[in-house]
Design a binder for this molecule. Structure first.
Ligand code: SF4
Length: 115
């Protein structure tokens, strides 16, 4: 089976063709660097995603957050539910851990609170 992907590792966005046999990646073409091959192999076997979202603090202020490393793609919806149900207390600084260990990643603040 052949699968076509766009590499999302860098802005070039190479068009990849991935050959899959018995659930294993047996060939990748179209990548112009080794990172594309790694991306294709991961995407076709255990896809991962970085999640970006916002949390509403106890005082109503909205703070942007993200995972500090990618999590399994099938866990993104559950991670979003956890983030939405969390209401941290200010003050918050850039890089503070807002929620620990959400499917192997911490949810961190990507902005200082204004207050
Ligand atoms: S294969 Fe390499 S050059 Fe092409 S989009 Fe992916 S990371 Fe960028």
């Amino acid at each position: 089976m052949e699968r076509e992907l766009t590499c999302i590792v860098c802005p070039i966005g190479c068009a990849l063709k991935v050959e899959i046999n018995d659930g294993k990646v047996t060939g990748v073409t179209g990548n112009t660097c080794p990172r594309g091959k790694v991306y294709a192999e991961t995407e076709c076997t255990a896809p991962m995603r970085t999640v970006t979202s916002t949390v509403r603090c106890e005082n109503g202020e909205i703070i942007p957050v993200k995972t500090d490393r990618p999590i399994p793609k099938e866990k993104v919806f559950e991670a979003m539910q956890i983030i939405k149900s969390t209401h941290p207390v200010l003050p918050i600084k850039l890089g503070d851990v807002i929620i620990k260990d959400v499917f192997g990643s911490n949810i961190i603040a990507v902005k200082n609170s204004d207050r």
